[in-house]
Design a protein around this ligand. Structure first.
Ligand SMILES: [Zn+2]
Length: 108
């Protein structure tokens, strides 16, 4: 198992692409919001966004944590399923193999 470039085990290209969309939405929408928001205008002198902007940023950060945990769990589940499939093959025969008598299904 390897960690992705993001440093999260199981983090996929699809996860990163979704995060890219969310971050892009934040960086393009927040300035639009702040331009029109009375609360942001009052806070602008200090550089702080209003609660709505803070909530949007926190939602993206929370999404990233949940997605990383879920992708890690999915990766581990896939590895477990692969391991169980591999180890399910019987190691020993229970007796002599009976010769096949008859015809293949569908054969005339
Ligand atoms: Zn605002």
């Amino acid at each position: 198992m390897t960690a992705s470039a993001a440093g999260v085990v199981g983090w996929t290209g699809a996860d990163q692409a979704e995060l890219d969309v969310l971050v892009w939405e934040l960086v393009t929408r927040v300035p639009e919001h702040r331009r029109d928001c009375d609360l942001c205008a009052r806070e602008r002198a200090e550089g702080w966004p209003c609660a709505r902007v803070t909530e949007a940023i926190e939602a993206v950060l929370a999404w990233r944590v949940r997605r990383a945990l879920l992708s890690r769990a999915e990766r581990l589940r896939e590895e477990q399923a692969d391991h169980e499939t591999f180890t399910r093959v019987p190691r020993f025969s229970r007796g002599p193999v009976e010769p096949f008598v008859g015809s293949e299904p569908g054969a005339a």
